[in-house]
Design a binder for this molecule. Structure first.
Ligand code: URA
Length: 422
């Protein structure tokens, strides 16, 4: 094969064969196909799309570029969740220990955040002592002993995707359904989970801004999972406003612990429970009272065990920001809009996220919300509190919040439920 022929085929709108795809992914991983050639191919795919078979071959080729984990030696089945990412999305933290209560193991191999959406590992690293890096043996051991692990995905899973995702990031080819679906699913299938629930976010704070595109992404990913023998399903959930009342690493850990203690904001609890029920259903468990495990401390016991197993101290106080700044409601009324993307960008500018992969994040930075869409506020009420250790960041963060919220007469635009479609 020749890279130029493969690029030309896709440029001219033809379907790539399995052999062409296997060759180009393998050659790119080995450095035989150059970055500029892969960038041209990614742009051709962006413009001319791929069919279902092509996406499946592409995904299989990315899986074949690295190692696969194998959980078949465990005494219980596995079920995992993947979210396409959103503002204040800390659901993995309460969800993994909650599902483990019901004797289903949760292998949550996660990443760090880039851009305005926070990474699960960045959040957990706010806990004193907690370690993200585990060997494959340690992952298996913790899944057998405790039933839940949230840790860094090793570099061995789908290395072709690692290279390609970074290239897409610099060539305006991220926002492409076949490339997103194959990127996410190659990593999840290589991870070896038996069941997978996809939380596909819709709204300003998500990749997919409209529900039609979100549906297509969900269907494409479910199809890839099912073809690979993974029990896969998807929920479409709202990301027009942040999830819960906190955005930022330590702040989100605090809220997750509130949920594990039987409290926490209703949207976070409802989504955690909906995803847990779906993960358990895929594992064959339908007759379970998930909420009870949040109320009676069983999920909290699992959380404590999971954090301790990775050298974290679940009883240690979480770090708190040195500086805060409050945004007040300019008038009385109903909060009709609180834009997820604007709050995400503001939190990012406060130091909760990174611009380059190598950047550090502040554990303490972020935003605490005092009202959500649908709530009534009086003039002068606190709307949100900004947190950071570097107060020179307040100005740019406040700029991101200009126009981010609206106070009006009625709340008709607030979705009735966090889960939009299943
Ligand atoms: N997340 C991924 O892992 N890959 C994408 O392409 C987009 C989001």
């Amino acid at each position: 094969f020749d890279a130029v022929d493969v690029i030309a085929a896709k440029r001219d709108g033809r379907t790539l064969s399995k052999d062409q795809i296997d060759w180009v992914i393998d050659a790119y991983t080995r450095g035989v196909v150059a970055d500029e050639q892969m960038a041209a191919l990614a742009m051709a795919i962006f413009l001319n799309d791929m069919g279902a078979e092509e996406i499946a071959h592409w995904t299989q080729a990315m899986i074949a570029s690295g190692e696969r984990m194998d959980f078949s030696s465990l005494s219980r089945t596995t079920s995992d969740k993947h979210s396409t990412g959103g503002v204040g999305d800390k659901i993995t933290l309460p969800l993994a220990p909650l599902v483990a209560v019901f004797d289903v193991a949760v292998p949550q191999l996660s990443g760090r955040g880039l851009g305005h959406t926070g990474g699960t590992l960045d959040k957990l690293e706010a806990i004193p002592g907690w370690q993200a890096g585990l060997s494959n043996e340690e992952i298996l051991g913790q899944l057998e002993d405790i039933g839940a692990v949230i840790c860094a995905a090793g570099s061995g899973l789908a290395p072709a995707d690692k290279k390609l995702y970074a290239l897409r990031d610099t060539t305006a080819t991220v926002d492409c359904i076949p490339l997103i679906a194959s990127s996410i699913m190659s990593k999840k299938i290589a991870e070896g989970t038996a069941g997978l629930v996809l939380d596909v976010k819709v709204g300003s704070g998500a990749f997919m801004k409209d529900i039609e595109k979100a549906r297509r992404l969900a269907r494409t990913m479910v199809d890839l999972g099912v073809r690979a023998g993974v029990k896969t399903s998807a929920l479409l959930t709202d990301m027009s406003t942040p999830l819960g009342l906190t955005v930022g690493n330590a702040l989100e850990v605090r809220e997750s612990v509130e949920v594990l203690a039987g409290g926490g904001p209703a949207d976070v609890v409802d989504l955690t429970v909906a995803l847990a029920e779906e993960m358990l259903r895929l594992a064959g468990k339908t007759d379970v009272d998930v909420r009870a495990a949040l109320d009676d401390g069983r999920a909290m016991d699992k959380w404590n065990a999971m954090i301790r197993a990775q050298h974290g101290d679940p009883d240690a106080p979480l770090p708190v920001a040195k500086d805060t700044e409050v945004v007040f409601a300019p008038e009385a009324g109903v909060l009709t809009k609180l834009d997820a993307l604007s709050v995400g960008v503001a939190s990012w500018r406060l130091g909760a996220g990174r611009v380059r992969k190598e950047d550090p994040v502040q554990a303490v930075a972020g935003i605490e919300l005092h009202a959500k869409p649908g709530d009534t506020v009086a003039a002068g009420d606190k709307l949100m509190t900004l947190h950071t250790d570097t107060p020179e960041r307040f100005e740019r963060a406040l700029e991101a919040l200009v126009g981010a919220y609206e106070i009006g007469g009625d709340a008709a635009s607030v979705p009735a439920s966090i889960v939009l479609e299943t």
